[in-house]
Design a protein around this ligand. Structure first.
Ligand code: XUL
Ligand code: CO
Length: 435
C-alpha cells in the first residue's frame, strides 16, 4: 500500500439513510435492476488521466495538486499505477481507462516511448490478474505534443500521419494484450483552427484512411473489442470533424465503416454541440452505433468542457433510459471522464468525486428502470404513433403510395387533421415521479 489514501477502508454501500460521506447511499453493486446487477448494468470505469495525470491547472495558473508521483521517471509511473489501482479497489469499480501519455513518461524516440508503455503494460497485466479490475478501453494521446498541433491523422505532413499510426498501433497492441473491451479514438486535433489554411476534402480522406487502417489492424491481431470514435464539436480546435454523433455517422457511412466503428459519447461534449446527452445517446441507438459513455457534466454557464463529476439525477436517468431501451451496454460502460476542481487538492476529494458520481448514476439507472417497469410513459409513446399502424399509413411508409395517390386520397376523403396535444408538461411530471 502506498499510504496515499491513509487507512481508508473500501467504500461500502450503507443505504439512503447513511450520513457517512465515504459510503455509497444508492450504488449497491449487487442490487438487481431489471434482472441484472447494478455493477453489470453500469460497468463503471475510472479515467487515469483526470485522477492521476491532471495537476489542477487552468488557463490562468499551473499545478495546485501535490502528488508524490508527479515526475518524469518510470519510478513515478510505477507509484502512479500503485495508487491508481488502490483507488479502483477502494471504489470497487470493475474497469479503468488510459491514454499512453497518462501512464508513462514520453521518451526522445518513439521506440523508447513504446518500450516504456510496454513496461507499464507488464505492471498493468499483473495488477489486472491480482485484482480482477479490467481495462474498459485504451487510447493514444494524439493531441498534447507539439508534433500534433495541426492534427494527427489530418495533419498536412504525412510523417505526422505515419507517427500517429505507429502510436495507435502500439496502443492497440497493449489494449489487446490487456484484454481491453474497447479501443477509443478521440480526434482532439482532427479539425481546424481556421478554414483558411485547411483543405477539408484532403483531411477527411486522411481521417477515413486512418480509421480504415485501425479496423484492418483490429482484425489482423484478432482484437475482440469494439473500436469507438468519441465525438466532440470543438475545444481544443475551433471545429472538430467528429462534431457529434450524427456527424460521425455520416463520416463512417462515407468511408464504409458504419458496421465496424461505434461511438463513445461524452455528456460535456454533447452540451458543447448544443445537444442534450440523451439526444446523443438516442441518436446513436437509432443508428446502431451506441458503444460506450464518458460520464461527466459541464458547467452550463462557462461554455467550456469542464469535465465535472455528474450530479444531476434527472439528466442521467434519461440517458440510462435510452441505454436500457437499446439493450444496455455490451462492450461499453460508464467511464468517469471527470476531474476534481482546482481547489479540491486532497486525496479524499478523489473519493468524494467518484462516490457522488457513482451514486448519481445508480439513482439514474434505478429511475430509468422504474420508468420502463411502470410502462405509462411507453404506452403514451405507443399511443401517440398508433395511427401509423393502419394499413393505409403502413402502405405510405413502405413506399407503396406515390405522392399523386396520397394527394388524391386526401382530397377524395376530405382529410382535414385536427391538432393533438404533445403533452410535454404531463410527460415531464410523469418522468419526475420516478427520479
Ligand atoms: C477530451 C476527452 C478525452 C477522451 C479520450 O475532451 O474527452 O479525454 O475521452 O481521449
Ligand atoms: Co472523453
Amino acid at each position: 500500500m502506498s499510504g496515499f489514501f491513509g487507512d481508508q477502508p473500501p467504500i461500502r454501500f450503507e443505504g439512503k439513510q447513511s450520513t457517512n460521506p465515504l459510503a455509497f447511499r444508492f450504488y449497491d453493486k449487487d442490487e438487481l435492476v431489471l434482472g441484472k446487477s447494478m455493477a453489470e448494468h453500469l460497468r463503471f470505469a475510472v479515467a487515469y488521466w483526470h485522477s492521476f495525470a491532471f495537476e489542477g491547472g487552468d488557463p490562468f495558473g499551473g499545478r495546485t495538486f501535490e502528488r508524490p508521483w508527479f515526475g518524469n521517471t518510470m519510478v513515478d509511473a510505477q507509484l502512479k499505477a500503485d495508487v491508481a489501482f488502490e483507488l479502483f479497489e477502494l471504489l470497487g469499480v470493475p474497469f479503468f481507462c488510459f491514454h499512453d501519455a497518462d501512464v508513462r513518461p514520453e521518451a526522445e524516440t518513439l521506440s523508447e516511448s513504446i518500450a516504456r508503455l510496454d513496461a507499464l503494460g507488464d505492471i498493468f497485466e499483473e495488477k489486472i490478474a491480482s485484482t480482477g479490475i479490467k481495462l474498459l478501453w485504451g487510447t493514444a494521446n494524439l493531441f498534447s505534443h507539439a508534433r500534433f498541433m495541426s492534427g494527427a491523422a489530418t495533419n498536412p505532413d504525412p510523417d505526422v500521419f505515419a507517427y500517429a499510426g505507429a502510436t495507435i498501433k502500439a496502443n492497440m497492441d497493449l489494449t489487446n494484450r490487456l484484454g481491453g473491451e474497447n479501443y477509443v479514438l478521440w480526434g482532439g486535433r482532427e479539425g481546424y483552427e481556421t478554414l483558411l489554411n485547411t483543405n477539408m476534402t484532403q483531411e477527411f480522406d486522411q481521417m477515413g484512411r486512418m480509421l480504415a487502417l485501425v479496423v484492418d489492424y483490429k482484425h489482423k491481431i484478432g482484437f475482440e473489442g469494439t473500436i469507438l470514435v468519441e465525438p466532440k464539436p470543438q475545444e481544443p480546435m475551433k471545429h472538430q470533424y467528429d462534431y457529434d454523433v450524427a456527424s460521425v455517422y455520416g463520416f463512417l457511412k462515407k468511408y464504409g465503416l458504419e458496421n465496424e466503428i461505434k461511438v463513445n459519447i461524452e455528456v460535456g461534449h454533447a452540451i458543447l454541440a448544443g445537444h442534450t446527452f440523451e439526444h446523443e445517446v438516442a441518436t446513436a441507438a437509432m443508428l446502431g452505433i451506441l458503444g460506450s459513455i464518458d460520464m461527466n457534466r459541464n458547467d452550463y454557464q462557462s461554455g467550456w468542457d469542464t469535465d465535472q463529476f455528474p450530479n444531476n439525477v434527472a439528466e442521467v436517468a434519461l440517458a440510462y433510459y435510452h441505454i436500457l431501451k437499446a439493450g444496455g451496454f455490451t462492450t461499453g460502460g460508464t467511464n468517469f471522464d471527470a476531474k476534481l476542481r482546482r481547489q479540491s487538492i486532497d486525496p479524499a476529494d478523489l473519493l468524494y468525486g467518484h462516490i457522488g458520481a457513482m451514486d448519481t448514476c445508480a439513482r439514474g439507472l434505478r429511475a430509468a428502470a422504474a420508468i420502463i417497469e411502470d410502462g405509462t410513459y411507453e404506452a403514451f409513446l405507443e399511443q401517440r404513433y398508433a395511427d401509423w399502424k393502419h394499413p393505409e399509413a403502413q402502405a405510405m411508409l413502405r413506399g407503396e403510395r406515390t405522392l399523386e395517390e396520397i394527394a388524391a386520397r386526401v382530397q377524395k376523403q376530405g382529410i382535414n387533421p385536427k391538432p393533438r396535444s404533445g403533452r410535454q408538461e404531463y410527460l415531464e411530471n410523469l418522468i419526475n415521479r420516478f427520479v
